[in-house]
Design a protein around this ligand. Structure first.
Ligand SMILES: [Ca+2]
Ligand SMILES: [Ca+2]
Ligand SMILES: [Ca+2]
Ligand SMILES: [Ca+2]
Length: 613
């Protein structure tokens, strides 16, 4: 692995170059930053002895060489006691040295191999924090532009402080940018109240980094992050091609020496008579190394529709190195509910001796059978005959804003809308974009001293032309829109919903309430807008912060019989909008540990069906 002192290009970098190296190193890894000089002594002795030199000078050369060897030998005798311990990770773009470090492997997929995160982890050694992200292909190796990889460091474990992304409050971010010939990285610091505003970040220091055929690794000095608490540190990763493709971690990495992942999967969309299995929980231990270790996962905490009776197939599971995963199924019974009602059940966490993260969706199902009318309930079978497939004249590079299906309808009272995208609905991005200088600044450079607010939310806009015979309205996508419903979100969570009315320009319409329900890829909503009815038309627009967008062709608003959609059907379901990562991560972690602590004090619970609360 080390190649130190040999004649390949990497040894040259390791041994002789005690300086900044940018660019390709032996075609395997790209390195920047200071490289220590471990290999220096090895090569020198061999080369000098072989030099064909005139006899008179040989003596002097040998004398000089002997003296040099003496110096080197004394140095070798004297230095080991005082030199710092060897670094556990070489920042060389090769990730083999990470093999023994626990790593997480839950990230969203990117169509671009170099930004498709497959594994990530961190190691604290003394006052140095090492970070790595393994990718499916060569990292930061864009042949024609730049790619970016971001380590989001929530150093106080508080999601409220720092830059807000994917449930983390990143107080620091390591930003690595690169392409086929260069890589550079730096540490950015974010004030406590940054929220979604990326522009609040400021440069703290340069960071040593190296990208290679299978990922990126960086080395950050803990001294640069005074608020770092290793017991609270949570690390997220985000990779972006800067032209639409991206990937993000779904569980924060911690230094706890292991992780418990709870990955949930919906099993059905209809809960019938008797007992119905509704949710599957795959429980995985990451980082179990000792064959004698047993990690017990218990006290599964569930948030269910009030009145719903549920039961788990096991109250606890024990994971070992030889059996690092297990599956628990949750079944429900629905006495007391009416056909067509919706019940939901969400896993919030569990107690364990390692940090617990829930990844996946909540279960949601109709009782007995789907309703015949449109309902804003987060289930979309009611749209089966009311939605159309989208066609794109040009491909939409960011799947999170690539509309796949859409529809709209009215029952004469409410206007209903529905959109499904190809990726994560309201996934959002780190709002950073670097393009080659010839093609301009991409995300724009803020004026000096005046950082503009830059957030990475995704937007979904519904333009509604209430009366197609009237020649007024905003000219959008082939209609003259009278209304605009705008929904924003990030990390799968809706952050704002607003309605506008057109009268020469868009002005806020404070009145109508927007009902909204969503899952990971789709949402539906309803709103009371005067004048919308049979003959109205709708255009949908999805955009990310950088302007990548999908605009649909106009669709007629379908008229549905109001008698099949009584207003009492519009139930509010007590499920948070944030479903892609089913629970706020910090809450889950704290809950896990809190439950763990209390377990000894409680009598064990009988294994019986429980009521949701
Ligand atoms: Ca390495
Ligand atoms: Ca924080
Ligand atoms: Ca529905
Ligand atoms: Ca599309």
């Amino acid at each position: 692995m080390n190649g130190v002192g040999s004649t390949n290009g990497r040894a040259r970098v390791n041994g002789l170059t005690n300086g900044k190296v940018n660019g390709f190193v032996n075609g395997r890894g790209r390195v920047n930053g200071f490289i220590n000089g471990k290999g220096y002594v090895n090569g020198a002795s061999v080369t000098v002895v072989r030099l064909p030199t005139p006899p008179r000078r040989t003596y002097h050369v040998l004398l000089a060489f002997g003296l040099a060897m003496l110096v080197v030998a004394s140095a070798l005798v004297l230095w080991p006691a005082t030199s710092p311990p060897a670094e556990p990770i070489a920042i060389d773009g090769l990730l083999e040295d990470w093999a023994s470090v626990p790593a997480l492997d839950v990230a969203t997929a990117s169509p671009d191999p170099g930004t498709d995160i497959v594994r990530y982890g961190a190691l604290l050694h003394g006052d140095v924090l090492y970070l790595h992200a393994a990718t499916r292909g060569p990292a930061l190796a864009d042949p024609s532009g730049y790619d970016g990889l971001f380590f989001l460091l929530d150093v106080d474990g508080d999601p409220v402080t720092g830059y807000s992304f994917e449930g983390l409050g990143a107080d620091y971010v390591v930003e690595a940018l690169g392409n086929a010939s260069t890589v550079s990285a730096r540490l950015l610091g974010f004030p406590r109240d940054s929220e979604l505003n990326w522009s609040r970040g400021s440069i703290v220091s340069g960071v040593r980094s190296a990208a290679g055929p299978a990922g990126l690794e960086v080395r950050v000095s803990a001294d640069d992050m005074p608020s770092l608490d290793p017991t609270l540190l949570r690390v997220g990763v985000y990779a972006d091609t800067f032209d639409g493709a991206s990937s993000r971690s779904l569980a924060p990495f911690t230094l706890a020496g292991g992780h418990i992942l709870l990955q949930t999967r919906r099993l059905t969309s209809v809960a019938g008579v008797g007992s119905t299995e509704i949710l599957e929980i795959e429980i995985r231990a990451v980082g179990l190394v000792s064959p004698s270790d047993v990690w017990t996962v218990a006290d599964f905490l569930v948030n269910a529709t009030p009145g719903l009776t549920y039961e788990l197939s096991a109250e606890s599971v024990s994971l070992t190195r030889d059996r690092p995963s297990d599956t628990v199924r949750v079944s429900v019974q629905v006495p007391g509910f009416f056909p067509g009602d919706v019940v939901s059940l969400e896993l919030l966490g569990a107690s364990a001796s390692r940090p617990v993260t829930v990844v996946g969706e909540a279960a949601r199902a109709y009782v007995d059978l789907p309703p015949t009318a449109l309902r804003v309930d987060g289930l979309f079978s009611d749209w089966t005959f009311l939605r159309v497939a989208d066609t794109d004249a040009l491909p939409v590079n960011n799947s999170n804003v690539d509309i796949l299906r859409y529809g709209s309808a009215t029952d004469g009272r409410l206007t209903y809308f529905h959109v499904q995208v190809g990726g994560i609905l309201f996934g959002g991005s780190v709002p950073r974009r670097v393009l080659l200088s010839t093609s301009g600044g991409g995300g724009g450079t803020p004026a000096p001293g005046l950082p503009q607010r830059r957030t990475g939310e995704d937007l979904l806009r519904v333009y509604i032309d209430a009366n197609v015979s009237q020649a007024q309205g905003a000219d959008v996508g082939g209609i003259l829109a009278d209304y605009l419903v705008e929904v924003r979100g990030q990390a799968g969570r809706v952050t704002s919903r607003l309605t506008y009315e057109w009268s020469g320009s868009w002005s806020r319409l404070p009145g109508p309430t927007i009902s909204l329900e969503k899952d990971a890829t789709a949402f539906e909503g309803s709103i009371d807008l005067p004048g919308v009815g049979n003959g109205s038309r709708v255009v949908y627009e999805a955009t990310d912060w950088s302007g990548i967008r999908d605009l649909t062709v106009p669709a007629d608003v379908a008229y549905v019989d109001p008698s099949s959609a009584p207003s009492s059907f519009l139930v509010t379901i007590n499920v948070p909008e944030f479903e892609f990562i089913a629970a706020p991560i910090l809450g889950t972690l704290l809950l896990g540990f809190a439950l763990r602590r209390r377990r000894g004090l409680r009598p064990s619970r009988p294994r019986a069906p429980r009521q949701g609360s």
